[in-house]
Ligand binder design. Structure first.
Ligand code: CP
Length: 310
């Protein structure tokens, strides 16, 4: 039985296979409509979510399965003090696979160690968000045609942004990927990513403060919001929240085929006027989240769908 805690849980070859499967699901959804008949997905979300929870649920419904779960800690017995270990032992009796989002780093890992069903980390605190990374990889691969030979700018809250941490971990495994890390001093990438991931693997990267200075070099710009929920005080959040706002003027500095990604939700960091720019790919990215989660559910449940016969 396999779980997904980090994008590194899959080899590059397995990731390629998963992304191929997601692309096939996008092209031929009918082929997969009954692949999970009789199977149940539990979504256990101790933190707010729109895309991750609902795209997981849409994914299982598209596969013919059913969903159950809770959308906040308050509406589960966590509010009465139940541990995540006990919760997953019980959920294992009710469902075939489980996606967990939790504010504490490592919570999904703890759950996986007690689980009798595959557990998917749907975001653990400021640590990792591997299914967002699968979504990001699918979007980059389909729009740029490759995952190697790119310069990617990661902009905003690089300290608390778990999607950024997971994406860096995943992309360093491809050839010739250069990172430009764009953040204010206080929101720079954590030392463990800079030293243990980038420097230890001799990956080319720069840290800059001005988005304008990086724009012209980028193949992909990955914007992120400032993570209000992880700040210790509101004053710091208010001071930093509008540090970067992507506007039409800044887009004019970019290559004509650069793409803009954002895991969403957006607050202010991309002006809505950018939405009509053909390079804005963040809503396509959210759509891809359904296909990769369908592919992930099939992979972890070891369900193979045969080619249709006429
Ligand atoms: N991208 C993402 O994780 O969005 P949600 O918080 O809405 O799930």
């Amino acid at each position: 039985m396999r779980h997904l805690m980090s994008p590194l849980d899959f080899s590059v070859q397995e990731l390629d296979q998963l992304l191929d499967l997601a692309s096939d699901i996008e092209k031929h959804p009918g082929k997969y409509a009954h692949a999970c008949d009789g199977k149940k997905l539990a979504t256990c979300f101790y933190e707010p979510s729109t895309r991750t929870r609902l795209s997981f649920e849409a994914a299982m419904l598209n596969l013919g399965g059913s969903v159950l779960g809770f959308a906040s800690a308050d509406s589960s017995s966590a509010a009465k003090g139940e541990s995540i270990s006990d919760t997953i032992r019980v959920i294992s009796c009710y469902a075939d696979i489980c996606a967990i989002r939790h504010p504490k780093e490592g919570a999904a890992l703890v759950a996986s160690q007690k689980s009798k069903i595959p557990v998917i980390n749907a975001g653990d605190g400021g640590h990792q968000h591997p299914t967002q990374t699968l979504t990001d990889l699918m979007t980059i691969r389909s729009l740029k045609g490759r995952l190697g030979n790119i310069t990617i700018g990661l902009c905003g809250d690089l300290k608390f942004g778990r999607t950024v941490h997971s994406l860096i971990n995943a992309l360093i495994r491809y050839e010739n990927v250069k990172f430009i890390l764009i953040s204010p001093e206080e929101l720079r990438i954590p030392d463990y990513i800079r030293e243990d991931v980038l420097q230890a693997n001799h990956i080319e990267f720069e840290e800059v403060e001005r988005l304008e200075d990086a724009m012209g070099e980028l193949d992909v710009l990955y914007m992120t919001r400032v993570q209000r929920e992880r700040f210790f005080n509101e004053e710091d959040y208010v001071r930093l929240k509008d540090y970067y706002i992507l506007t039409k003027e800044k887009m004019a500095l970019a290559k004509p085929d650069m793409i803009v990604l954002h895991p969403l939700p957006r607050v202010n960091e991309i002006s809505t006027e950018v939405d009509d720019d053909p390079r804005a790919a963040y809503f396509t990215q959210a759509q891809n989240g359904v296909y990769v989660r369908m592919a992930l559910i099939l992979t972890l449940l070891e369900i193979e769908v045969q080619e249709e016969t006429c």
